[in-house]
Design a protein around this ligand. Structure first.
Ligand code: SF4
Ligand code: SF4
Length: 425
């Protein structure tokens, strides 16, 4: 809990209730163009959705206690109202970068929410500044607390109840002006807002018969409109720890952080206003990370290059694991030497990802590296990955022209027992 607002404004001192019309100009002053408000009563309607979510499997990023997630007064006992804010982040330049990837280069792809500055910092600072202005307006020190992603509150439902927007079948909050490319934040205050709303849940009410997002999801992560198996979402997969499950490696494609598919396909996102906030001007290197350069970075170099972005929090090792998987999907033989270096990493997930990538790239060089690594690898999971990668690379060597002699009839360097007899293998 924090306190703000000691300056007294003689014109308004003593007011203990505000309206949104009082707060809106203050929000615009601090860079929050879209706000709404709800009361601080519990979110009883979340009991069932949270139980269902738990049953589908937690990611570990959520607040653990469901009861605390449903009660704003757990976060701020004195709370009377919640001001919600939607901060648009997709600039015109960002939208162009999302469409036009430099595909001929060995570059990854990130979700457009990490193109600019880390929204946690930006939004928290602006909501804190708003709290100060509200304190000045009511002429007393107010108690407040900011919630941006890391609080127990279910930010999309808080935003929906306040009338900030509606929730689509893709589970995203849509601002009428900016679509779903908005960051959400909330400011809990001990001041009553007279015209705060208390709207019921209405997932998908603007979607009609459309279900494009659910069908387009690369991992089919939606179990029902607005309901996601969170552990199957690629956005989570790129942030999880450990070895990426095999089922998600190919769907990742060249992604190294996040996924935008269920927003990109949405017709409700067409013709919406773009953000003009300079803090979200896209950084080309964050939008299309150079995968080979990323694999050569220390953690310090990584933070220097990507530290301003919201994808920096997991550190360089997670990004390198994702880059290895992306290189496997890109199948670029020139990446074999840098990928093979990770077969000797001290991290199991990096060795396993390097093995998988080499199996996907295939070729004699990849096979040689895999065989050498297999001879010294001790970890049973990584040994299995290498074994499977060798089999995969064999298949690719046999199915392609690799290793064929000049006439195309024999297998010049191949020492596999089948000697090119793929069917008999
Ligand atoms: Fe599916 Fe991607 Fe949307 Fe996750 S972000 S639900 S993987 S489309
Ligand atoms: Fe709704 Fe269709 Fe958009 Fe999904 S893609 S959120 S179903 S309008």
């Amino acid at each position: 809990m924090r306190r703000a607002g000691a300056e007294r404004d003689p014109a308004v001192t003593g007011r203990d209730k505000l309206t949104l019309a009082d707060i809106r100009p203050l929000a615009e002053e601090v860079g929050l163009p879209e706000i709404a408000a709800t009361d601080a009563s519990p979110f009883d309607d979340l009991a069932r959705p949270l139980a269902d979510y738990e049953a589908r499997g937690r990611t570990g990023f959520e607040w653990a206690d469901a009861a605390e997630r449903m009660d704003p007064r757990f976060w701020l006992p004195e709370a009377k109202s919640i001001v919600t804010a939607a901060l648009p982040y997709l600039t015109e330049e960002g939208a162009r970068r999302m469409r036009e990837h430099p595909r001929s280069e060995i570059r990854g792809q990130t979700s457009c929410y990490v193109y600019g500055e880390d929204y946690h910092r930006v939004l928290s600072d602006r909501l804190t500044a708003l709290a100060g202005r509200i304190g000045n307006l009511v002429g007393r020190e107010i108690r407040y607390r900011v919630a941006v992603d890391t609080s127990p509150l279910v930010d999309r439902r808080v935003a929906e109840r306040s009338g900030l927007g509606w929730i689509g079948k893709n589970g995203m909050l849509f601002s009428p002006r900016y679509g779903s490319y908005v960051f959400l934040g909330a400011l809990l205050i001990d001041v009553e807002i007279e015209d705060a709303l208390h709207l019921p849940p209405a997932i998908g009410k603007h979607c009609g018969d459309c279900d494009l997002c659910m069908r387009a999801c690369p991992t089919q992560a939606f179990v029902a409109p607005g309901e996601l198996k969170a552990t199957a979402c690629l956005s989570y997969v790129t942030q999880m720890k450990g070895i990426i499950p095999r089922a998600y490696r190919k769907p990742l494609g060249r992604r190294v952080w996040g996924c935008d598919v269920c927003q990109q396909v949405c017709p409700l996102n067409r013709d919406r206003a773009h953000a003009e906030d300079p803090v979200f001007t896209p950084d080309a290197e964050a939008a299309y990370p150079d995968l080979v350069r990323l694999l050569g970075m220390s953690n310090r170099q990584f933070l220097r290059a990507y530290g301003r972005s919201a994808m920096a929090w997991r550190g360089v090792r997670t990004m390198q694991r994702n880059a290895l998987v992306a290189l496997g999907n890109l199948r670029r033989p020139e990446a074999v030497p840098i990928v093979a270096r990770f077969l000797a990493s001290d991290r199991v997930e990096l060795r396993a990802s390097a093995a998988w990538a080499l199996g996907e790239i295939g070729g004699q060089d990849a096979l040689r590296e895999l065989r050498a690594a297999f001879a010294s690898e001790q970890d049973p999971d990584v040994r299995k990955e290498i074994e499977d990668a060798i089999a995969n690379a064999w298949g690719k060597a046999c199915e392609g022209d690799e290793g064929r002699d000049e006439t195309g009839s024999g297998y010049r360097d191949c020492d596999h027992p089948c000697r090119g007899d793929v069917a008999g293998r």
